[in-house]
Write a protein that binds this ligand. Structure first.
Ligand SMILES: C=C1C[C@]23C[C@@]1(O)CC[C@H]2[C@@]12CC[C@H](O)[C@@](C)(C(=O)O1)[C@H]2[C@@H]3C(=O)O
Ligand SMILES: O=C(O)CCC(=O)C(=O)O
Ligand SMILES: [Fe+2]
Length: 290
């Protein structure tokens, strides 16, 4: 988000705002991955919220702080200096992914595969481990915007509502709030920040692979008027040629697939023709409008 000049009431329209949401949500599922029951709790969380927090993940706080310091330094550079580190690849992120984060995501996917009785443990994690996997890593920076926040008592949106297209996303942020998720009943709630944990969200591809059992969670980020937010996200995706389709092993007998079959490449191409907040899966629903 780049704020070029302070708004007056005439140019306020270019900034997206939303009604203030007082709800700090205390119901986010917290998963201790060393808990023997974790696989069941993760599956419940993916069904109910499409979102959960992982603790006891084994990534040291010291390492996370170092990473955060590097991100802070990067965002303090001038645009010209930032560009010296090369063009983003893909244009919104980077393909260089630390193995720690990917491994943690794979561990969680293996627990899910086990809990769903999918068969081979690596059916899901193998998609992310493939060297051609279309995963990426992204850093987001939300500077403080005190002047905007004061306008009409509304909240400024830093990242508009959307679902992530990939299989799974892993988010780590500094201790600034802002992330919100949309619950099943349509209520927006604020996720209490926790810089020592990782937040996982189910993406569109996973919703399709579980034939709608898991929720690709709608989320957004509000700008804070006092503290800037820095987040790092790993988007775990399959190879471009992977067919995204309901896993036979999760389907009941006679159950029909809710979505038409498509490859990840086809989905991405289609997604990039849409706008951030669009329901991108709608184009692939089999029974839309019936
Ligand atoms: C409008 C768009 C931005 C986006 C790609 C898309 O066509 C639709 C999905 C958007 C999204 C949401 C999750 C991630 O933040 C993201 C990097 C992604 O892979 O899909 C963004 C894309 C983006 O900001 O470029
Ligand atoms: O910055 C965040 O905390 C989340 C950003 C996000 O949802 C995204 O980049 O897809
Ligand atoms: Fe997202």
């Amino acid at each position: 988000m780049v704020v070029l000049s302070l708004p007056n009431h005439d140019n306020l329209g270019q900034f997206k705002t939303c009604k203030p949401t007082p709800n700090i949500f205390t119901g986010i599922p917290i998963i201790d991955i060393s808990d023997p029951n974790a696989k069941h709790l993760i599956i419940e969380a993916c069904k109910e919220f499409g979102f959960f927090k992982v603790v006891n993940h084994g990534v040291s706080m010291e390492f996370l702080s170092l990473l955060e310091d590097e991100a802070v330094k990067f965002f303090k550079l001038t645009q010209q200096e930032k560009e010296k580190s090369g063009p983003p690849n893909p244009f919104y992120g980077n393909k260089k992914i630390g193995s720690n984060v990917r491994e943690m995501a794979c561990e969680v996917l293996e627990m899910i595969a086990d809990g769903l009785n999918i068969g081979a443990k690596d059916v899901l994690s193998g998609l992310l481990r493939d060297e051609k996997s279309d995963s990426c890593f992204r850093l987001n920076h939300y500077p403080t915007c005190p002047e905007l926040q004061a306008l009409n008592g509304r909240n400024l949106i830093g990242f508009g509502e959307h679902t992530d297209p990939h299989i799974i996303s892993v988010v780590r942020s500094n201790n600034t709030s802002g992330l919100q998720i949309c619950l099943k009943d349509g209520t927006w709630v604020s996720v209490p920040p926790d810089h020592s944990s990782f937040f996982f969200n189910v993406g569109d591809a996973f919703q399709v692979m579980t034939n709608g059992r898991f929720r690709s969670v709608k989320h957004r980020v509000l700008a804070d008027n006092l503290k800037s937010r820095i987040s790092m996200i790993y988007f775990g995706g399959p190879t471009l040629s992977t067919k995204i389709t309901a896993l036979k092993s999760v389907m009941e007998e006679g159950e029909k697939s809710l979505y038409k079959e498509f490859t990840w490449c086809e989905y991405k191409k289609s997604a990039y023709k849409t706008r951030l907040g669009d329901n991108r899966l709608a184009l692939f629903e089999k029974f839309a409008g019936q």
